[in-house]
Design a protein around this ligand. Structure first.
Ligand code: ASP
Length: 317
């Protein structure tokens, strides 16, 4: 079943609904590892969890979690198989942040299967936070990443179909984004976050969304927790949603309340609400929360080796 498909509901944790048993509680010790991701990303969180169990590190876990949709040709919003922009280019945005406040990002990157790992290399091997376009590609190749065609025949066909009716203006609805955002707490209780996307399908060539923006799609502060975002990036960027959520949590809000307040910031400020934004937050106690504008946002958790998909509460019910 696609992540974007509405899922059957069966119970409640706070204002989120548990979709699968066995159930998890919404708290854990600060040192108890957990990995959570936007949308229905069970393979991603499981794989991230396994990596985190091997190395102990949240940063390794969130990176490995992103690798799964990045390499999946059937995942049309991330990496290989991502739907192209309106000129037929698959352009990738990604960012990563560790518990020390280090961050790395790539934007408008083409031809590299794992942009999240290029973002990590930017963080760890350069004095910069963000590399873009041709410069990001050159850096990736210098680092040993291989260039390849990410436009699958299926995505090319979908783009060719879209062109027949194309009005050459942004198409924005909850059907054309599924970005993966991840948050993890490692064995030492440290937090990290990551995000990877091919962005909005059929976006203008050169468009960069929130996904590589530190504080937009991802923010972590090891004193407080972390947040990540999916949805129409323009509104996440205009409100710096993940940073806002972490600051709300710093002021004492629960992850759930902080996500709700950040969504309300968008809803109140911008009249047009026919788009989706979804937020996910995790505090240092291991409590999590999620909230979206539209129905249909869900997220995945792996904790104690158990994985669940949970439907988020939403403003438009
Ligand atoms: N946030 C992404 C972007 O605006 C899209 C998504 O979440 O799918 O590029």
């Amino acid at each position: 079943m696609k992540r974007r498909t509405f899922l059957q509901t069966s119970g409640f944790i706070g204002s989120a609904t548990i979709l699968k048993s066995p159930s998890l509680d919404n708290t854990s010790l600060a040192t108890e590892p957990i990995i959570i991701a936007t949308w229905k990303n069970e393979k991603g969180t499981k794989s991230g969890w396994d990596k985190m169990m091997q190395t102990g590190r949240a940063l390794d876990g969130v990176e490995a979690g992103a690798w799964v949709p990045e390499a999946d040709p059937n995942e049309t919003s991330v990496g290989y198989g991502g739907l192209p922009d309106r000129d037929g280019h698959v352009t990738l945005d990604a960012c990563i942040m560790d518990h020390l406040g280090n961050a790395g990002a790539v934007t408008f990157l083409e031809g590299i299967m794992h942009p999240i790992s290029v973002a990590r290399a930017v963080m760890e091997k350069t004095p910069h936070v963000m590399l873009s376009g041709a410069g990001a590609l050159k850096f990736a190749l210098d680092q040993g990443f291989k260039k390849q065609n990410l436009l699958t025949p299926a995505s090319k066909k979908a783009w060719e179909e879209w062109k027949k009716e194309s009005k050459y203006k942004p198409i924005v609805n909850i059907e054309n984004h599924d970005t993966i955002g991840l948050l993890g707490i490692g064995k030492a209780g440290e937090i990290a976050g990551a995000c990877s996307t091919s962005g909005l399908a059929y976006k203008m060539h050169g468009r960069v969304g929130d996904s590589p923006i530190i504080g937009g799609a991802v923010f972590c502060d090891d004193e407080v927790g972390g947040a990540c975002a999916t949805g129409l990036g323009e509104f996440v960027m205009k409100t710096l949603g993940s940073f806002l959520i972490v600051e709300f949590m710093r002021q004492g809000m629960s992850p759930q309340k902080a996500c709700e307040e950040a969504i309300m910031r968008i809803v109140k400020r911008y009249k047009y609400q026919d788009f989706q934004v979804g937020y996910l937050a995790l505090n240092k106690k291991g409590e999590y929360g999620a909230y979206s504008i539209q129905k249909g946002f869900n997220f995945t958790i792996t904790k104690n080796g158990i994985t669940q998909v949970i439907e988020s509460a939403s403003y438009m019910s």
